[in-house]
Design a binder for this molecule. Structure first.
Ligand SMILES: NC(=O)c1ccc[n+]([C@@H]2O[C@H](COP(=O)([O-])OP(=O)(O)OC[C@H]3O[C@@H](n4cnc5c(N)ncnc54)[C@H](OP(=O)(O)O)[C@@H]3O)[C@@H](O)[C@H]2O)c1
Length: 308
């Protein structure tokens, strides 16, 4: 990691620092430069004026935006709020970044796809969200592209880590409390460690800054910017993820009697928002452009389990 990779006085404005990815970014981005991470009161993503004012006050070199409306099921009944945060705020971030030539790093989701087929999605594949959340995130991607700001979007999937609200922590809690846990086994994808996402973000900023010593940052981002898939390597199902998480926990706590994990179908687990059956992401573009290979989901799960 290059210390102070940003030009002197260069600031990074970070949203969503209380979230899973934002919390990791707060640590990982610190060595690069001055990180400003306003609370949601100081920079409310559902309020366009608040977003504009903060960006104008900070005048950052980079805006890193893991802040989002992430309650996938609740979004079905709160579409206005989901769109305000996931699309409208991103549009304002793009407009303001363009005005000051700042770079934007944004995060999107596998839920922009409809989940048909069984091969990993490429960045160029047709989108077709099947939920309000997915549609609002796709609208955010488009608004950012239309703003003309130099930007990178990391599309990721099934984010988890040792803190925050996520599938891993929920499963491990329930597995202590119950006899059996029924988990969906017909949705395929890969869990992604929040820290891996924070690390690839820092790496990409560093590489862009290294090139920006000889040309404008906006020119660098117009060469390498756009959408990159960034999800854990390998594939599994939610059932496979849960079973492996409990197995690893059992190894560390042999005396505890954990729940038995049972495989069920999506149809057996009705919830408000539809999920794609295929969430596999092909991350080759990230490898080719930035030389970054996302961690295998089983390796990162082992590391996270050891932190708990
Ligand atoms: N989680 C996943 O499985 C997943 C999968 C694919 C893509 N992604 C994408 O990855 C990114 C990071 O996700 P994550 O898992 O880190 O999300 P997260 O843990 O839910 O964190 C979201 C962050 O956004 C903040 N936020 C929400 N509403 C806000 C508002 N009105 N004003 C200001 N801040 C607000 C939250 O603040 P509070 O703590 O105050 O609520 C929190 O800091 C998001 O773009 C998400 O769409 C996530």
């Amino acid at each position: 990691m290059v210390q102070n990779a940003l030009p002197t006085g260069g600031r990074i404005l970070l949203t969503g620092a209380t979230g899973q990815v934002g919390g990791e970014l707060l640590e990982t981005l610190k060595p690069l430069g001055d990180v400003i991470a306003p609370t949601r009161v100081a920079m409310d993503l559902s309020n366009t004026a608040s977003v504009r004012e903060m960006i104008r006050a900070v005048r950052p070199r980079w805006i890193v935006n893991p802040g989002a409306y992430t309650a996938v099921d609740k979004a079905e009944s709160e579409p206005d709020l989901a769109y305000a945060i996931n699309a409208e705020a991103v549009k304002i971030i793009g407009q303001e970044a363009k005005a000051i030539n700042a770079g934007v790093i944004h995060y999107s989701t596998d839920y922009v796809f409809d989940g048909s087929g069984s091969t990993p999605y490429l960045e160029t594949d047709a989108t077709g969200p099947v939920s309000v959340y997915g549609a609002s995130k796709l609208a955010g991607e488009r608004a950012l592209a239309e703003s003309g700001a130099g930007h990178i979007v990391f599309r990721t999937s099934w984010v988890y880590g040792s803190r925050g609200k996520n599938f891993l922590l929920t499963i491990l809690k329930l597995a202590r409390e119950r006899e059996t846990l029924r988990v969906v086994a017909d949705q395929y994808g890969a869990p992604t460690w929040s820290r891996d996402l924070a690390r690839v973000t820092a790496e990409v900023i560093e590489q862009c800054e290294a090139t920006a010593r000889t040309k404008e940052l906006s020119a660098v981002l117009s060469d390498v910017g756009g959408i990159y898939h960034a999800a854990g390597a390998g594939e599994t199902t939610w059932y496979g993820f849960a079973a492996e998480a409990v197995r690893l926990r059992q190894e560390r706590e042999p005396a505890v009697r954990f729940a038995k994990i049972e495989a069920i179908t999506t149809a057996q687990y009705p919830i408000p928002a539809k999920r794609p059956a295929n969430s596999r992401m092909n991350c080759i573009r990230l490898m080719e452009r930035f030389g970054w290979k996302m961690m295998d989901w089983q390796d990162s799960l082992r590391k996270v389990s050891a932190e708990l």
